[in-house]
Write a protein that binds this ligand. Structure first.
Ligand code: GLU
Length: 473
């Protein structure tokens, strides 16, 4: 059975890149026959970056996007492959690291942080890329084990020479080759006995019976270390990485800004919460994210279900995930227009839950009709307020005169239809040789908005006149 995972670290607010990974993994699991499992593992071993409450925020985001996982720390069941939170598995990592030491695949290292720092600086001066110089690699194992009982130390994996090239298969990128002598003797267990990412990821993917590792391209350079660890443990031996073994590594492109830089936490719109606050719909964001890596065969606008059904992981693009907010906004508007009014009303009520004015408006009789109109102009839920709630404009004397004529013309209307309203508006503009935007300003406080004759018709004569009177006071 296909089993895939995301492995976020609870180090802050959920990143949109995590959702991107979740979407692809979710689609792989749900498209598989029989249907696979989508797992969330919490990589919380870096205690210096740990943020209280960040794990809950990850679940909240997954639920918001409808990408709820099958297994995770919050979804445990009898006989599962947990724990799914790394901090609950420390002993297991320690045992596995010890096993590697006992079998000559890893070694104790006693170099101090100061020594490592000097080493790194020297290498930099010599123009070499920083790597551990392997001072402790050939210590006598028995003596090293004695020292380890008393002295602070880390455990490093022993990159074993032999065969200069290590090849991994990546389902998106094909075969990737690495020179073995450029692979560092990676620390796998830190001096506080916490595992590093490299040990934990291999142990966990093995323990959790993960069949496809699908993650961001920034992990490509770490993969050879992972491949070697698998070999050392005797798990999925030499054919690791080939499709034949069933273990597929798939590195998806990073999300980037239009200028090509990484969409990092420094950018406001890297956070899932930003999209929520700006009134984006989760289904539109997913549509947009999916479109960055995948050409949906039947057009640009599609749902999560469409994506899952048509998904083919071999068709994921390897480059070019540039994030274009304008395009996302357009897609969001399209998704808003696809919503029926009842669903849109619920989404708006949720978005504006603290805004009494909007809540009151949504409860009003005319709101459903206005919704029909507003839908045609909205790109985000945030656009709604300016479209439906007028604000008092600052009118010049000239504009006040226009308002006066408009009022006169409106009061003469017997049958309050949009056609009659339109001709009264035209007449007013003609008299004053004014532009249409003035009428918007008078009637709504904004220079543009919903088609005026239509929205004023819905509002009714009395309320429309009252509104214009107020704005020209
Ligand atoms: N904890 C890593 C991250 O935050 C997971 C990388 C992986 O998927 O192997 O991206």
């Amino acid at each position: 059975m296909v089993r895939v995972r995301i492995a976020p670290s609870p180090t802050g607010y959920p990143h949109i890149g995590t959702i991107f990974q979740a979407l692809i993994n979710y689609a792989i699991a749900k498209n598989a026959k029989p249907q696979g499992k989508f797992i969330v593992r919490i990589e919380d071993t870096d205690r210096t970056r740990f943020v209280e409450g960040a794990e809950e925020k990850i679940y909240e985001a997954l639920d918001w996007f409808n990408l709820t996982e099958d297994e995770s720390p919050r979804r445990r069941r009898e006989g599962d492959y947990g724990p799914y939170r790394q901090s609950e598995k420390l002993e297991i990592y320690q045992e596995r690291a010890q096993w590697l030491v006992d079998h000559g695949k890893a070694y104790y290292c006693f170099c101090t942080p100061e020594e490592l720092d000097t080493m790194r600086k020297k290498q930099q001066l010599e123009g070499k890329s920083p790597m551990y110089n392997r001072t402790c690699r050939d210590l006598d194992p028995k003596k090293a084990a004695e020292r380890a009982k008393k002295e602070p130390h880390v455990i490093r994996m022993r990159i074993i020479y032999g065969g200069a090239i290590l090849k991994i298969h990546d389902d998106i990128r094909g075969d990737i080759e690495f020179k073995k002598d450029l692979i560092d003797d990676q620390v796998i267990l830190k001096s506080d006995e916490f595992p590093t990412y490299h040990l934990a990821v291999v142990v966990d993917d093995h323990d959790m019976k993960i069949t496809h590792v699908v993650r961001g391209e920034e992990w490509i350079s770490s993969t050879p270390k992972h491949v070697l660890l698998y070999q050392y443990f005797g798990w999925n031996p030499p054919s690791f990485g080939s499709v034949k073994s069933g273990f597929v590594v798939l590195h998806t492109p990073l999300l980037r800004n239009p200028d090509g830089s990484k969409l990092s936490k420094r950018h406001g719109h890297a956070a899932v919460s930003w999209y929520k606050e700006q009134g984006f719909l989760p289904e539109a964001i997913l549509n947009y994210l999916a479109s960055l890596v995948y050409n949906y065969p039947k057009g640009e606008i599609f749902s999560l279900g469409d994506f899952v059904d048509s998904f083919d992981r071999t068709k994921i693009h390897s480059v070019g995930a540039r994030f274009d907010l304008t395009k996302l906004k357009w897609m969001n508007g399209e998704h808003i227009r696809m919503m029926d009014n009842k669903t849109l009303k619920i989404a708006l009520a949720d978005f504006y839950k603290d805004d009494l004015e909007i809540i009151k408006f949504l409860e009003s009789e005319e709101s459903l009709k206005i919704l029909d109109l507003a839908k045609t102009r909205m790109k985000t839920l945030k656009d709604f307020k300016n479209l439906v709630i007028p604000t008092k404009p600052e009118l010049s004397n000239e504009e006040k005169n226009v308002a006066k004529t408009l009022l006169e013309n409106f009061s003469k209307i017997d049958s309050w239809t949009k056609e009659a309203i339109l001709s009264a508006m035209r007449e007013t503009l003609n008299v004053h040789k004014a532009k249409g935007s003035v009428l918007y300003k008078i009637a709504t406080g904004y220079e543009s908005g919903l088609p005026l004759p239509d929205s004023l018709e819905i509002l009714g004569k009395e309320k429309a006149i009252e509104r214009i009177k107020k704005s020209s006071e």
